[in-house]
Design a protein around this ligand. Sequence first.
Ligand code: ADP
Length: 585
Amino acid sequence: MQILVINCGSSSVKYQVIEVSDGKVLVSGTLENVGGNVTYENALGRVLEEASEYKIDAVGHRVVHGGAYFTHATLIDDDVINRIEACARFAPLHNPANVAGIKASRLVLSNVPHVAVFDTAFHSRMPEHAYTYAIDSDISEREGIRRYGFHGTSHAYVAQQAAEFLERPLDELRLISLHLGNGASACAIEFGHSVDTSMGMTPLEGLVMGTRCGDIDAGVVMSLLRTGEYDVDGLDRLLNKEAGLKGVSGISHDLREVEEAAAAGNERARLAIQLFVYRARKYIGAYAAAMGGVDAVILTGGIGENSPSMRQRILQRFDFIGLKLDEQRNSDIRLSTNSHVALACRDISKVKALVIKTNEELMIARQTSGLVRQINGQHLQAKSIPIAVSGRHIHLNEETFRKLFGADATLTHYKDLSQPGQYACVEKLNLIGPRNRIDNVRILGPLRSNNQIEISRTDEFFLGIDAPVRDSGRTEGSAPITLEGPLGSVSLNEGLICARRHIHMHPDDAERFGLQDKDEVEVAITGGPRDLIFGDVLVRVHPQFRLEMHIDTDEANAAEMDQGSDGSLIYTGIEGMSARIRAKG
Ligand code: ADP
């Protein structure tokens, strides 16, 4: 499939035609000075002339801000355009240009699907504690003030490339990605999902950038406003256009020029570099802590890809988290289209350091083609799925079971569960948290290789424990809990999770739905008192599974539903990323 990727800025149109099957770039170019005498429509007309020998199957548009609404790549229609326009208040320079490009493209290429791919979408599943600013919640909610994050397409792409390079599944890895270009951001990627990122409601927050200050005390803004020398636009310029490497060095936003001046002894240039590096290092430390560990740190973007000295400054002295930089390897790295991933650490380094050439256009093309294939693939009809509500429950391994019930004890069958081979047991345990205890929580059989205790968010707060939302079976680095049984208690270092909602499927069902194991889907609950859509529902396919969606009691309460309700599938994930398709009816 051949995809035209369009990136419309306030004065330029960048374009590429990409053959998705092999990632080959067939045509690429940039048109400057667009928006003045040259309209976006003129510019897109010229792009089409350039690409005239290729059959364009679809157009993928980069859109900077998708607000809280757009969580996936989305097929563009008039409603989508209106919503992108509504997000312009958070990205006043970018979204209007993106929309102008979309409108012009739809006019000149009216017979193919157009898809919007959002810089913010990859971060849309960040947990609430990562995206919330600690201000009055009513104001945040009313005004949409929260952290959205950017560079999502790049972070998602390099994460996929890292997993391929390390030959490990992305959903087993904890990664920290630093995209260091003119704009710069860090991202904590846990098991394939962004769980925190340094840019916030706008691309101003976080790392030091070419011309942006990154993190700053909001008090500075008020103090400068009170001097009377700045109005809002003046401050916007000061912090977005005159700050960062440029502001501190007084020389340039371009790192190469700042590095040259620093080498020649310029103190302000040296300080600019130190600040840039120090901030990047702080985020690596913070995100390693946020994820409870890290498997690889990735550097990308113009600076990450091309400056060995900046890479060394940023990655040195991380031995204490298990990252051992290899100075020689680092300085020898030369990335190219054919060699776009390189290792910058020693072989023995437990935490890998990777330098990866980013490719946002390819990622946009892939997401666009994936969505179009889905649409063509007729996977859109609403399909009914029975839903089961799981109360809190416990799975034990043999060792823990014996400690709690005795060396000769066996599980006592109480009743069969809907999934073949699974049963509820007569045995129950008490959960002891730092704040409260929950008694009589049922054990489910048979015994497993790992302990896994599944509770709801409400239970977490009652017990006084933060448990991560996890897929079943993924208990490494989860929360600690004490279990109390007839023979005493056992304190587990990990095992407590808030189970991620999921659908069990037999391979025959998966085929019927056009889904695969580990896809993510959306399920709509309709016809009840409180209709809602559950996003991020994990699909688990196994010959022993029977079709059923599992949610916890909090989730069931939110939809005011009982056991025996049905949901309908309205959405499928693609190629490890997800694309939003709203089904009709
Ligand atoms: P953008 O965010 O606009 O896409 P880039 O990713 O191209 O920007 O990154 C631009 C930054 O990369 C600039 O600060 C530039 O100085 C830096 N850069 C590019 N090449 C090199 C190099 N060889 N050495 C050091 N810095 C470089």
